[in-house]
Structures are given as structure tokens and as C-alpha cells.
Design a protein around this ligand. Structure first.
Ligand code: ADP
Length: 611
């Protein structure tokens, strides 16, 4: 027999262990679930091996999980006859952090110090959680590979682990948890039975405690809704998602045509991507008649639906389908399309019946819905219907939707108007909204930096064009003009002078009726990319020259009237003022790349005024 081999944990594992042991779960008992899940995964892998390998070590061993305890000694033993581990696998799997998810989790924890419990719950740190309750863990194992050694891995969860060759072991893994003195309660059968009932009812292999069968292997997703309680759903969600939170949405449905499908889908409580925890991993497993085909099937759901957890079962799947061919199969595409539609429909229904619940969900998960619009060609309208935003007619802090907007829109209105900006306040104070407000037309306020892109991708909603309120093509009704400060004749002359004076700087100059409190506004042509969209194109080197704006001056504004006087008395200063007004408007429109040129103009103007 070879000598025992002692190795240190990878530095990250030590950090992870530190977090797991000291601050991870309020619910320590979760470790039982994590180890049972590992045993179940291992059995699942063995079942697949038996389909593809010529021979598997001790091929007759039953695919089940046995748990025994020794109250006196304070130990729990979990045995499975799954794939087991070789020496190398013991080091790789139980000595390093191979999973990128755990790495990101660690980094985020380091940065944030503490994260909320439901976020942590979604990580399922797995095997290492045993050390929340154990002072020592032993793993006895023999791999499915005949030629592998009989081994014991052993660690106190502090600095490292030792691997020793041992007497003959059956295939699979036997994990012995030596409980800490004050955690010995976990070795009591009643306690353990309660924990298993709560967290591991849905394990898909027979599970016994002290020789007694404790679970019924049932595919809850194949049962009819009437036979499932809310509690069942919640526990199943927590089991499949390795979670401790409650699902926000539960969607359980089945269909026979055009394809057979039984699906049970959940949305989690929290979106941990928004805390910088890295991309969520797809969490919906694919089954065929209760048999797991793939725990992480590619292409079953579109990428943006990666936050969804659950199970999809289809009798139409060929059992021997390979992962590679599956992704492109017509059946997966059909399932994908059907699941996406049903899920969006469910969200829409839920948003209608529980608007506040939807708002809370939206606050956390809106990025995914927008990603769905940005990356796919289908379901645009349905996804757009789920969007929420404030508008010029909503109270501050209250959101509205496109559908609600349309109920308030004027009969002849053929567009939905929106504006993208930093926040509601600055958009309300800016020059674009007031013209709409004066005419009782609602303007949607968008504040997410991808919203420009999203609106330009959507283009329309229910037949109404989506139009940014800063566009020059927008035709607004004339309103009666009671307090015009310039006559029509004067306006015409001033426009002519401004056009000559500003020259190439702008596309055109006009007097308009949009403005109330601002002297001038810069409008962007419809076909030019807007704000963030242009910034993105610039970053990709595809922006081209800046679009030239159309200026609309306000004939009722004090400054404009005075400018008209000034140009007759002191054309030089008037020219500087006209340029400055223009720069201000271009700046408000986000059309000035180099603010220093504006400051130079401003200084020249100040100089001229103080002569
Ligand atoms: P996860 O299960 O999420 O990958 P864990 O930390 O729980 O992460 O486990 C790490 C790895 O150790 C597993 O991916 C698996 O390869 C291996 N492992 C854990 N338990 C067992 C077991 N009972 N049998 C075989 N391999 C196991």
C-alpha cells in the first residue's frame, strides 16, 4: 500500500471554508441536503456511465443512498454506489474549487463582506458545508473504474487533507461526518429524519435511514396540480435549486400537442447577478419519463431565462440523445419556444393580478427581460408588455406600463413617446418634456443605460411607434399663442440671421411651439442613433460623424426676444450669445463630445460682456 499523502487546500478553498463555517447558512442542517444531493448526482452519473461504458466496477450494486448514524460517537454516514472518485479526482474535487460559480461567489463575498441570506442560498456551496457541523470528514471511495484504488480522504476542514490507501471498498462513496461536540444532535435519528423530510424528499433514488426507506421517489412535475400543496412546490424548488429562499413564481403545466411536455418552473426570490455575483447558471433539468437526460441542457431555454429553476419532462425525447446533437435538435427548439412563450404569458398574467408582486420582481429581474428583447427576435411585444417605468403622468416613484400608457393616449396619437436620461428629475427639468406636457401627451421616463438600445430594438408596441421625445420629426399640434414676444415677421428675420450666424454647426434653425421655459432645444433626426446607442456604436468604432441637430427656438422666451434686439445693436456679442445658446442645447442633447470647446465659447462671451 502506498504512503498516506497529505496536501494543503487551495487558498480559495480555505477562504471558502472560513466563510462556510463562520457565516454562511443560518440553517446549518442544509449540509445534509448537500451531501445527499452529491450522492444522488453521483448515482445519476453512474447510470449514464452504464449506458456508455463497456464495464463498470461492481455493476450489480443497487443505485441507492443509505444513511446511518451513531449517536454515541456522534457520526453520520452517507453511502452511495455512484461513480466514486479516483485519487486525482479526490484532490481535484475536494481540494480545489473547480466551479467558477464558487470562485465568483468568493470574490463577491470578499468585496461585499456580507450578502443577504437568500443570495447565498442560491449558491449551494456543497460538500464543504459539512464542516459547518463536522470536526472531521472522511470519504471512503472506489471509482467506477475497475483499475482505481481503494481510498480514504480525510480532513478537519482547516488547512488540508490526507489521502490514504485502504482496504477494499465497494464502488461509490461513503462519507463519514464526525460531528463537533455541540452539533451531535444531528446524529439523532429523529432530527435527521426531520431534516431529510424537509430538504431531501425529492431525491430521485431510494434513500434509507437506519435501514428504513424514508423517501418515495416521485416525480412531482408529473402529478396533477390538485395533488400538490404550496409547501410541496416550495420544498421541491429548494431541493432542485439548492436554495433556501421561497420561489417568486411557480409555473406548472403540461401539454400533449404539438409536443408532449410536463414542466415545473420557478423564479428565485433574488437575482444575485445584480450584486456582481457573475452569471447565473441555467437551472432547468431535462427529463424523459422521470429519467434525467441532462441536468444542464444547452438550448432548452434562451440564455436570458437562465435565472429560472426547475424541471422539464418530455416523452418525445429519445433517451439516447447526445448532448451535442440535442442542442440543435428540432425538438429542443420547439420546447424552447413553447417554454419561453408559456413563461412570459405566466408573468403577464401574474403582473395583471398582482401588480405589486410584478413590480418587486421587475426591480430585481428587469435586466433579464431586457436582455430577452435585445438578444432575440421573438416575443418582443409580450416582453415589452412586462416592462415598467415612470412617466410624466405617473406619480413619482410609481411605475406604469405600455398598456396603461395606451389607455391614456389620445385617440389620434400614433406614437408612444419616451425619453432616456439620468433620472426623472433631470428629464422633467430638461427642454424636451414640456412641449408634450403642455399638450397633455404622456412621456415615458427611462433611466437604464440600455434603454435606448431596447427602444430602438422594439421600434413599436401594439402598432404604435416608439419615438424618443428628442426627435426632430415629431409634429406637435399648434397651440394658441397668447404671449408671443416676437411677431411673425421678427421671428422670420431672426431665424434667417441665426441660420447665417450658426452656419455648419447645426442642420437647420426654426422657431417652434414646443418650448415653454427653455429658449432653445436641439432635436436629433429620426434615423440618427440616440444617446447610449451612439455611445455603444462609438465604443465599437461604428459611430460615423455626429448627427447634426435641428434647433428650435422659443419665440415666447425673454432671452430669444432680447437676442433679437441685441443682434441689431451689437452683432458681435449677439453672435457669441447665439453660439452659446446653441452649445447649451447641444450639450443638453448629449451631442457635445468635448465640453472644453463650450467653456472656451462661454469665456469669450463673458469677456465680450465685460468690455
Ligand atoms: P458540486 O456538487 O456542486 O459540484 P461539491 O462541493 O458538493 O460541488 O462537490 C464537489 C465535487 O466532488 C462534485 O462535483 C463531485 O465531482 C465530487 N463529489 C462530491 N460528492 C461525491 C460523491 N458522493 N460521489 C462522487 N463524487 C462526489
Amino acid at each position: 500500500m502506498s504512503e498516506p499523502q497529505t496536501q494543503s487546500f487551495q487558498a480559495e478553498v480555505r477562504q471558502l471554508l472560513d466563510i462556510v463555517i463562520h457565516s454562511l447558512y443560518t440553517d446549518k442542517e442544509i449540509f445534509v441536503r448537500e451531501l445527499i444531493s452529491n450522492a444522488s448526482d453521483s448515482l445519476e452519473k453512474l447510470r449514464l456511465k452504464q449506458l456508455t461504458e463497456k464495464s463498470v466496477y461492481q455493476g450489480d450494486l443497487p443505485l441507492e443512498i443509505q444513511i446511518t448514524t451513531d449517536e454515541e460517537a456522534g457520526t453520520i454516514t452517507i453511502t452511495d454506489h455512484g461513480i466514486g472518485m479516483t485519487r486525482q479526482e479526490l484532490t481535484d474535487n475536494l481540494g480545489t474549487i473547480a466551479r467558477s460559480g464558487s470562485k465568483e461567489f468568493l470574490e463577491a463575498m470578499k468585496e461585499k463582506g456580507d450578502a443577504n441570506a437568500s443570495v447565498i442560498g442560491q449558491f449551494g456551496v456543497g460538500f464543504y458545508s459539512a464542516f459547518m457541523a463536522a470536526e472531521k470528514v472522511e470519504v471512503f471511495t472506489h471509482s467506477w473504474d475497475e483499475s482505481a484504488e481503494n481510498l480514504k480522504w480525510e480532513s478537519d476542514g482547516q488547512t488540508g487533507f490526507t489521502i490514504t490507501e485502504v482496504d477494499e471498498q465497494p464502488r461509490g462513496a461513503r462519507i463519514v461526518i464526525h460531528l463537533k461536540e455541540d452539533e451531535k444532535d444531528f446524529a439523532k435519528q429523529d432530527t435527521l429524519k426531520r431534516i431529510i423530510d424537509k430538504h431531501s424528499r425529492f431525491v430521485s433514488f431510494p434513500l434509507s435511514l437506519a435501514g428504513e426507506r424514508v423517501n418515495t421517489v416521485e416525480a412531482i412535475w408529473l402529478k396533477s396540480k390538485g395533488d400538490i400543496s404550496e409547501e410541496d412546490y416550495k420544498e421541491f424548488y429548494q431541493y432542485t435549486a439548492h436554495a433556501v429562499d421561497e420561489p417568486r413564481h411557480t409555473l406548472h403545466f403540461s401539454a400533449d400537442a404539438p409536443i408532449n411536455i410536463n414542466a415545473l418552473l420557478f423564479t428565485p426570490d433574488e437575482n444575485h447577478e445584480r450584486f456582481g455575483f457573475g452569471q447565473m447558471k441555467a437551472g432547468v433539468s431535462l427529463y424523459c419519463r422521470k429519467v434525467l437526460i441532462d441536468a444542464e441542457p444547452q438550448g432548452l431555454l434562451p440564455e436570458w431565462m437562465r435565472f429560472i429553476k426547475g424541471v422539464v419532462d418530455s416523452e418525445d425525447l429519445p433517451l439516447n440523445i447526445s448532448r451535442e446533437s440535442m442542442q440543435d435538435s428540432a425538438l429542443i427548439k420547439k420546447l424552447n419556444s413553447l417554454l419561453t412563450k408559456r413563461f412570459i404569458k405566466h408573468l403577464a398574467k401574474d403582473a395583471k393580478s398582482h401588480p405589486e408582486k410584478h413590480e418587486e420582481f421587475y426591480e430585481r429581474f428587469s435586466r433579464f427581460l431586457k436582455e430577452g428583447i435585445a438578444t432575440g427576435h421573438e416575443n418582443h411585444e409580450a416582453l415589452a408588455g412586462l416592462l415598467r417605468f415612470e412617466s410624466s403622468l405617473s406619480d413619482e416613484g410609481k411605475v406604469t406600463s405600455f398598456d396603461e400608457y395606451l389607455t391614456r393616449a389620445k385617440e389620434e396619437q400614433d406614437s408612444i413617446y419616451y425619453l432616456v436620461g439620468l433620472d426623472r428629475k433631470s428629464m422633467e427639468a430638461g427642454p424636451y418634456v414640456e412641449a408634450f406636457q403642455k399638450r397633455g401627451i404622456e412621456v415615458i421616463f427611462l433611466t437604464d443605460n440600455i434603454d435606448d438600445y431596447i427602444m430602438e430594438t422594439l421600434r413599436e408596441y401594439k402598432g404604435k411607434k416608439l419615438v424618443s421625445a428628442n426627435r426632430s420629426e415629431i409634429e406637435l399640434d399648434e397651440l394658441p399663442d397668447d404671449d408671443a414676444k416676437l411677431s411673425e415677421e421678427e421671428s422670420k428675420d431672426l431665424v434667417e440671421w441665426l441660420g447665417k450666424t450658426l452656419g455648419e454647426k447645426v442642420e437647420s434653425v426654426d422657431m417652434g411651439k414646443r418650448l415653454v421655459s427653455h429658449p432653445v432645444v436641439a432635436l436629433t433626426p429620426q434615423d440618427a442613433p440616440n444617446g447610449q446607442m451612439r455611445a455603444m456604436m462609438e465604443a465599437m468604432g461604428q459611430a460615423g460623424p455626429d448627427p447634426k441637430a435641428r434647433l428650435e427656438f422659443n419665440p415666447n422666451h425673454e432671452i430669444v426676444a432680447k437676442l433679437n434686439e441685441l443682434r441689431k445693436e451689437d452683432e458681435e456679442v449677439a453672435t457669441k450669445v447665439a453660439n452659446q445658446l446653441t452649445d447649451n442645447a447641444l450639450m443638453a442633447a448629449g451631442l457635445v463630445k468635448d465640453p472644453s470647446s463650450v467653456i472656451a465659447g462661454m469665456n469669450a462671451l463673458l469677456g465680450a460682456l465685460m468690455k
